[in-house]
Design a protein. Sequence first.
Length: 402
Amino acid sequence: MTPEAVPLGGPRFQTEPARLYREMRRDHGAVTPVVLDGDVPAWLVVGYRELHQVTGDPVLFSRDSDLWNQWDMIPDDWPLLPMIGRKQPSILYTVGERHRERAGMISDALEAIDPFELRGHAERFADELIDGLCTAGEADLIGQYAMLLPVRVLARLYGFSDEDGPGLVTALNDMIDGRERAIAGQTHLATSMAQLLADRKANPADDVVSRMLQDKSGFTDEEMMNDLMVMMAAGHQPTADWIGNSLRLMLTDSRFAASLFGGRNSVAEAMNEVLWEDTPSQNIAGRWASRDTQLGGRRIRAGDLLILGLQGANSDPQVRTDASALTGGNNAHFSFGHGEHRCPFPAQEVAEVVARTGIEVVLDRLPDIDLSVPADSLTRRPSPWLRGLTALPVRFTPVPAL
């Protein structure tokens, strides 16, 4: 690893990531040497073409974390183990034909969701959350809304009762925060998923878990439980951040002012703009080189970890020649990944419906909404991986609950 490696962490990932990625590209090129917690070396791929190459070649750049040449250096209490795990029996670390079978099972289970039912659940939970804050005249749209909505909808689709929803919200948010309650949150989520699997084996219903259990590919209960936890976490936090980042853009950027007063077309435009400019999933770990190779002028050794710099690639000037122009309908961004390990298309559709519905309900119910703090005082969570606001304080004319 080269001596000028960049720490993958620190305040600049929250305060000025666009400038940071530009500097990385200027100083190191499309493939930047980085160090993770504990001085663990890795490569961050910030070039659009190079990221396309890495995600498009699952043999050379494998998802099998057992290949990592740094495992001897990793302590048992390394804080990134939940993100870069070993021997995890989930779809994230399955490769080859078994991965294709597993992705097919999940896609089929999600694809069978009725789109009208999905939007109905999203509207109902969104209205309930707005009812809880609309009479006050002020609210934090992150803590009181965006961080509570996606997991409630997903829990309902998977087969949980509405009474289970609030506990799952708390557990998942504790787990993602990565602080003292993270393990307890993970345990609650795992226990809940195991219980739901047992319930649906005995009493099948029209839900995602029942449809996964009908699949005849021979996956174990442990594999399914891990996949459900991955699906819940991957479906909740990025969608919550997509809602929050889109509302921030619409409240602070004059290009989207019309959408706050009934121009619904620009909701989709703002959401797409966020996926290019302010994507929730900034950096994803990872891929491992299965042999020595070259990438972006760098010598990559067998077993090296490559981190997918989704936001860095989205802002690659070779692709975004005019970053000030609106992206329109262009969806060639990396925000849902690429290649056989990309987010399944039905899961992308679920996230888009939940996020768009969540935004539209806010604009419908709180018609004169405005930021209650200066835009430059908004802060981000301290993470180089996921980019989301810590709070979005707003004010509005109080309105009665539905």
